[in-house]
Design a protein around this ligand. Structure first.
Ligand SMILES: C[S@@+](CC[C@H](N)C(=O)[O-])C[C@H]1O[C@@H](n2cnc3c(N)ncnc32)[C@H](O)[C@@H]1O
Length: 192
């Protein structure tokens, strides 16, 4: 599938009806979601036939893109029932059978899914709404869940902090793309 086709497909995904500011419910644009997933798929081969988790999936734009790119199964995790209801509607509209979802607080997952997924993708809350540090909690959980790689969107201003955490956690961190002046995505994976 070409990038343009993926992007236009993701434009059909319904977004948040009444975004909850405290949950940082800003959606990933079809353009950014498309670029991210296209690279994960074409450059790293980490989607097709893989078991993928999407942390803080919201209405599911990243999950749906992964499913369209033939993930074996993509499981979205989000705390918010309203977002998951919209996600369910999107899955029905797209007639996808390789998607599942779990309502939970990602910060409470702990080691329940340790290395159960091949790949984790996410656009986590950045921790700007009285929830400082939640981006790092999402990242740490994602790293514990993935056996191969984590692809995550972050503000460029947090790059040094994330690099320090990656060193502490003994995982390799790589900046894959700078998507705008504020946002970039990274791959992190456990050292063998
Ligand atoms: C930046 S939005 C990303 C939404 C979606 N993944 C996308 O790319 O459009 C962050 C998402 O994280 C969810 N969220 C916030 N805090 C959470 C928590 N503690 N556990 C699970 N999900 C959470 C929000 O409900 C929201 O859907």
């Amino acid at each position: 599938m070409k990038l343009k086709e993926l992007e236009s497909c993701l434009q059909q995904v319904d977004g948040f009806e009444e975004p909850k500011i405290l949950l940082e419910q800003y959606p990933t644009s079809p353009h950014i979601a498309g670029c991210m997933l296209y690279t994960i798929h074409n450059t790293f081969d980490d989607i097709q036939n893989k078991l993928v988790a999407d942390l803080g999936c919201g209405c599911g734009v990243l999950s749906i893109g992964a499913a369209v790119l033939d993930a074996g199964l993509c499981v979205g995790f989000d705390i918010d029932e309203d977002a998951l209801d919209i996600f369910k509607g999107n899955v029905e509209d797209f007639e996808l059978s390789n998607i599942d979802m779990v309502q939970c607080d990602v910060c409470s997952i702990g080691s329940s899914y340790a290395k159960k997924f091949d790949t984790v993708i996410m656009n986590p809350p950045f921790g700007t709404k009285h929830n400082q540090g939640i981006d790092m909690q999402f990242l740490q959980t994602a790293i514990s869940m993935a056996s191969t790689a984590v692809y995550s969107l972050h503000k460029t201003s947090t790059r040094d902090h994330i690099q320090k955490k990656a060193n502490d956690w003994k995982v390799k961190m790589e900046v894959i793309a700078v998507l705008s002046e504020q946002q970039e995505y990274k791959e992190s994976y456990a050292e063998p």
